[in-house]
Ligand binder design. Structure first.
Ligand SMILES: Cc1cc2nc3c(=O)[nH]c(=O)nc-3n(C[C@H](O)[C@H](O)[C@H](O)COP(=O)(O)OP(=O)(O)OC[C@H]3O[C@@H](n4cnc5c(N)ncnc54)[C@H](O)[C@@H]3O)c2cc1C
Length: 397
């Protein structure tokens, strides 16, 4: 059976590997010109701790040895699901018995006046990171729009390279979807002092000013923030162009069932482009789990993708931060453990005697314990007196 995997991010690469190991003929097409690389580690290249070469996960010889026909810099422009044929952007036809869309996400570019100026960047691909590195000079003033995981990571990396960085964030604290106010305030203080950057929040960017080059970012309250570089890190959206062209049913992502099958026979979708039970994932772990399920489905093995609660881990400036499950949801009880002097903060949310969400700041060694309680939905009433202290204290309780 010949399987065409479209997109060579972590989901596409993992699926191709599993399919090849099961003896299938695998063609893996990736729009990016590079060999498959570790997108999660892009911050190390941006921060100058690693060169792009170090991020490559599979070189040409390894791909050949795995039995994967890898086609870099090949964008699949059209998919004919009846004829089981794909057409590349250069009009080359590729036949397939099964097709797997692993087209991932694209970064959102705010349609601000001035957004097209040189010096305005997004942060998703190795090409974005190399373009930022070329533009940056030490001492440059940089405005990062967005204080989510990626915005903070970009801000810290750029500050580490000598830029004077301001994070402009629309919410009252960074990572507001993963953190409550208490952890958010600690995080903002920690990053600002460790990385030497500052936050302006809550505020919105309104326009990028400059002629031929970025000069300033104008904010909603009229403030003009001088800047020679702007990084937009305001989220991603699933890359659905090909799925829509092929007539696949899409909502926020490509609709898939628990076996990763789309609405078209013989076509599957995995990773950040797929939507399973109303959820589009944004992390590597679920993307890889979907890849394994799709490979099993194609090989004729029964397998069902079981979503696990998302866990976010920040990789910035040695700050230990973990967040999982539902954060400050209504109708829950919260347990808080706090040592402000030591920068320690834990908040747990319980509903009906079960843990549904957790935030840990300052010490995260107990993260697997809390993640497991959230994932299994175990009754924790008996653990409650010592719950916030983590697994080491459970026997004492
Ligand atoms: C800087 C950064 C740091 C991150 N850190 C973390 C982290 O710490 N932990 C974590 O879990 N997640 C992290 N993420 C998110 C993680 O990278 C994504 O969840 C993951 O890459 C999703 O994998 P994917 O294969 O679904 O999509 P992608 O990685 O987006 O790969 C999709 C690929 O498909 C290609 N493509 C799209 N359309 C076509 C087409 N028509 N033809 C051919 N190719 C096509 C794209 O060019 C792309 O290369 C980070 C992301 C970034 C950008």
């Amino acid at each position: 059976m010949r399987v065409l995997v479209i997109g060579a991010g972590p989901a596409g690469m993992r699926c191709a590997e599993s399919l090849a190991a099961a003896g299938m003929e695998v063609v893996l097409c990736g729009e990016e010109p590079a060999l498959p690389y570790d997108r999660v580690a892009l911050g190390r290249v941006l921060g100058g701790e690693a060169e792009p070469q170090a991020l490559i996960t599979h070189d040409a010889a390894q791909l050949r040895a795995l039995g994967i026909a890898y086609r870099p810099a090949v964008r699949i422009a059209a998919l004919d699901v009846m004829a089981r044929r794909a057409l590349t952007a250069r009009d080359e036809a590729i036949g397939w018995d099964r097709a797997v869309l692993a087209t991932g996400s694209e970064p959102i570019r705010l349609a601000l006046p001035g957004a097209e100026l040189p010096g305005v960047f997004v942060y998703r691909r190795i090409a974005d990171v190399l373009a930022m590195r070329r533009h940056l000079v030490p001492g440059m003033r940089v405005a990062v729009i967005g204080g989510g995981l990626l915005g903070l990571e970009a801000a810290a990396a750029l500050a580490g390279r000598g830029a004077r960085v301001t994070v402009v964030h629309a919410a009252a604290w960074p990572m507001e979807r993963q953190l409550d106010a208490g952890a958010g305030a600690l995080l903002a203080r920690g990053i600002a002092s460790r990385c030497g950057l500052r936050f302006l929040m809550p505020t919105a960017a309104e326009a990028i000013e400059g002629e031929g080059a970025v000069r300033a970012l104008r904010l909603a309250d009229g403030t003009r923030l001088a800047a020679e570089m702007v990084v937009m890190a305001v989220g991603v959206r699933p890359n659905l162009a090909l799925a829509r062209q092929a007539g696949l049913a899409c909502a926020r992502g490509i609709l898939v069932d628990e076996a990763m099958r789309t609405s078209a026979p013989g076509v599957l979708a995995i990773g950040e482009c797929a939507e399973h039970r109303g959820v589009v994932c944004g992390l590597v772990a679920p993307a890889l789990a979907m890849a394994e399920t799709a490979a099993a489905t194609i090989a004729g093995r029964a397998d069902a993708y079981v979503p696990r609660p998302d866990a976010a881990v920040l990789k910035v400036a040695g700050i230990a931060l973990f967040s999982a499950g539902e954060i400050a949801p209504p109708g829950t009880e919260a347990i808080t453990l706090q040592d402000p002097g030591a920068g320690l903060y834990r908040r747990l949310w319980l509903r009906g005697g079960r843990l549904v969400g957790a935030v840990l700041h300052g010490a995260t060694a107990d993260a697997p314990f809390f993640l497991d309680l959230i994932a299994t939905g175990r009754e924790v009433a008996a653990l409650r007196p010592m719950l916030a202290f983590g697994p080491a204290f459970q026997e004492a309780a």
